[in-house]
Design a protein around this ligand. Structure first.
Ligand SMILES: Cc1cc2nc3c(=O)[nH]c(=O)nc-3n(C[C@H](O)[C@H](O)[C@H](O)COP(=O)(O)O)c2cc1C
Length: 279
């Protein structure tokens, strides 16, 4: 019988007081208030880690990546990188050096769990993912997150789509791909090398186009969703490959009978977004 088996059998036979004493011996602190079955399992896990060794760092790293993004792909074993390898990549005229470490990848003194994270930190965009650019930060704090939820709940409420009705939600999202039945869609894109200031310019430009179209009696719906289809739209419309698709703008006549067009989303009070000084 192996040492691990022996210790696991011992643990299985222990009464509550013994398990608590065992915990104290291993961790140097009082056992947490957990059901004894869980305490036993946690100890069994720990014992196996001590005797047989913990998960290899690469496996743990992979599990952490998958926990954050279940759609992430496991690296091909043949392409795993050795600790200490230095990777050099040029982006936007600057050479970036990444050091492969036991725990991940080191870029400019900061540790990253995956190369996708490194790429994201360099470019500010999730290039390996399907989107041309992110719509929101990963962890959007309140009040923005709360407003986003409120806006979605008002939208789906107007459309009479329940919170749990995933099929109906997907069907509604899919309506983006017909521009919500608009006869015309404008696509707004920019070369990759542009920085935040030019992205702000695009927003200003888009707003002006929307106002001008409204003056002409036309309605518009900006559609960030198109950032998911950058590759297809670039191919279809002969847009240079180095351009990022910011969004689409559906243009047409609004259906006055559609309840969704009567929705006016809530606005934060002026005092929340503007601070008047000296008045
Ligand atoms: C830049 C931008 C991108 C948007 N992307 C989408 C989208 O992809 N799909 C969608 O249904 N609504 C999208 N919206 C929201 C609608 O276009 C519209 O703004 C919303 O229905 C509420 O209108 P309001 O902003 O006038 O309150 C986007 C809005 C903006 C400003």
């Amino acid at each position: 019988m192996s040492r691990t088996d022996h210790r696991l059998i011992q643990l299985a036979a222990m009464a509550s007081a013994d398990l608590q004493a065992e915990w104290q011996a291993y961790f140097g602190e009082t056992a947490p208030t957990l059901p004894f079955s869980l305490l036993r399992r946690a100890l069994a896990h720990h014992v196996q880690e001590i005797i047989d060794g913990a998960l290899p760092a690469a496996t743990e790293r992979l599990l952490n990546v998958l926990a954050r993004d279940p759609s992430a792909r496991a690296p091909d074993p043949a392409t795993r990188l050795k600790t200490g390898t230095r990777l050099l990549r040029e982006w936007n005229g600057k050479v970036h050096a990444v050091l492969v470490t036991e725990d991940g990848f080191l870029l400019d003194g900061r540790q990253h769990a995956s190369l996708s994270e490194v790429a994201r930190s360099i470019t500010g965009a999730r290039w390996s993912g399907p989107r041309d650019h992110e719509t929101y930060p990963d962890a959007l704090p309140d009040p923005w997150m709360a407003r986003r939820r409120e806006c979605a709940s008002e939208l789906y409420g107007t459309l009479r789509i329940g919170r749990e009705d995933r099929a109906a939600r997907h069907a509604q999202t899919a309506r983006n791909w017909t521009g919500f039945d608009a006869p015309c869609i404008l696509f707004c894109h920019t070369p990759q090398f542009m920085v935040r200031a030019q992205w702000a310019d695009m927003g200003i430009w888009l707003q002006t186009v929307m106002l001008l179209l409204q003056e002409e009696g036309l309605a518009t719906c900006p559609q960030g969703a198109w950032a998911q289809a950058g590759t297809t739209i670039r191919e279809l419309l002969d847009i240079p490959k180095d351009n990022i698709l910011y969004c689409g703008l559906a243009i047409g006549h609004a259906d006055p009978e559609a309840p969704v067009n009567a929705l006016r989303t809530a606005r934060a009070p002026l005092a929340e977004s503007v601070r008047f000084v000296g008045v």
